[in-house]
Design a protein around this ligand. Structure first.
Ligand code: PEP
Length: 249
């Protein structure tokens, strides 16, 4: 059985003191949540504060990005080892905003995935089609290629242990959610792609999240679907009460 995983992507929100308050509130509100893994991904500057705030709770910490090199002259970048050092267990890789605004490609995503595993971080790799691609009927080809190229060269064990977030770009931050059937059918395609590349055992274990305007009032329907194992939540993860309701779907 796959343990559901709900992750909050805080994006470029929250100062250190705001992070401490939100993370503490969330840890308290989700203390009675059972059978679900909860991850928060604050900005880099607030990771250490978040780590301290959730200490002793079941809430885990993730980062929103990283570079693949271990150290060196890469001004402005953050190394995988620095994230582990700050208390992270997870790292989001290839979010569509990073692909769109910061030039990330399937190749950089692949390099980052390998570096994450080399540093004991579990990657949450984001894939998803744009509205134009959906309307052109190329969703399956686009997402299949993102999975294939992003996961290239991983071992079966790595493919089984990572998290794949299916996030249709047109649903992120727009209030438009994919229907639960549409979301599930792309998640099923992703699992079939993992099966083709790494075998059925890896495909059965890999956790696939849906992301895109997830809220307390649509999470239950999404989580009831066969191939959706969790959610990557942006806007709604910034409110402790709302996010804890999502966690307790
Ligand atoms: C996201 O940033 O990954 C996301 C899904 O955002 P939102 O929930 O706000 O659509």
């Amino acid at each position: 059985m796959r343990t559901p995983i709900i992750a909050g992507n805080w994006k470029m929100h929250k100062t250190i003191s705001e992070t401490t308050a939100l993370a503490r509130e969330l840890a308290a509100l989700t203390a009675d949540a059972k059978g679900v893994e909860v991850v928060i991904c604050p900005p880099f500057t607030a990771l250490a504060a978040a780590h301290e705030a959730v200490a002793g709770s079941a809430v885990k910490l993730g980062a929103q990005n990283m570079y693949w090199e271990p150290k060196g002259a890469f001004t402005g970048e953050i190394a995988p080892g620095m994230l582990s050092d700050a208390g992270c267990q997870y790292v989001i890789i290839g979010h569509s905003e990073r692909r769109q605004y910061f030039g990330e490609t399937d190749q950089t995503v692949n390099q980052k995935l390998k570096a994450a595993f080399a540093n004991n971080l579990i990657p949450i790799i984001c894939v998803g089609e744009t509205l134009d691609q959906r309307e052109a009927g190329t969703t399956e080809a686009v997402v299949g290629e993102q999975v294939q190229a992003g996961l290239a060269g991983l071992t079966e064990g790595q493919a089984a242990s990572l998290v794949i977030a299916y996030e249709p770009v047109w649903a992120i931050g727009t209030g438009r959610t994919a229907s639960s059937d549409d979301a599930n059918s792309v998640c099923r395609l992703i699992r079939a792609t993992v099966a083709k590349l790494f075998g059925q055992a890896s495909a059965d274990r890999v956790r696939i999240q849906y992301g895109g305007s997830v809220k307390a009032d649509n999470i239950a329907e999404l989580m009831a679907k066969s191939d959706i194992d969790g959610a990557l939540v942006g806007g709604a993860s910034l409110d402790a009460a709302g996010f804890s309701r999502i966690v307790k779907f």
